[in-house]
Design a protein. Sequence first.
Length: 235
Amino acid sequence: MAGLLVSWELVARAYPELIPTPLETLRAMGAIGAQRILHAVLVTLENSITGYLVGLALALVSVSAAYTNRHAAAFFDALNTLIQSVSILVWAIVFIMIFGVVSRKAPILVVAAATYPILLSGLFGALRALDKRFALLARLLGASRYEELIHFILPGMIPYLVAASRSAIGIALRISVVAEAFGASGGVGYWLVYSYDVGFREGVFAWALILVLLMIIVDYALLRPVERWSMKWRV
């Protein structure tokens, strides 16, 4: 961290007309105000978490259907490839065209489109691994395909799901900012682009720093403890 700050300071002094110093960035954060920062952070968190939950729900439904029906498995595998091939920029523009620039639905659905393939790929990998390990045991115990899913597969997926969720939530925070930048619904992305548009370069760096700090806090305060807890389910 010290090395990064020193490097930032040196580069800022070499290009003072382009890059603000760390101290100037902190002053800009003070000028923005705690209330505006808190509101923007909460909007971005809400967009990111809601979009992640939508993607998670779709991924769980998809993998459950894929486990019980081989035709569904082929369909969702192809759908996963299709969604991954579409750029996030395209999703952002399309959803903003549909819902408008002030709607919160656009960033939420963009996040869902970005996280769904990550979660589904992780769950498909877990499904293949767990099916090999527990399918014969479950059938020897007389379990139906549905009972296998409920009592063996879904509980066994928890460590895989948490690992995929850590990546998905990190992507969600970054992608939500991209969608917010195109709209006017608030959030860190909106204020970052607004600062750029009005020529407030210190504000651009301030909002970028806020996003970095937010991602670090979420990772250390939430995602890592949950990942450690999920290791109890690894078999």
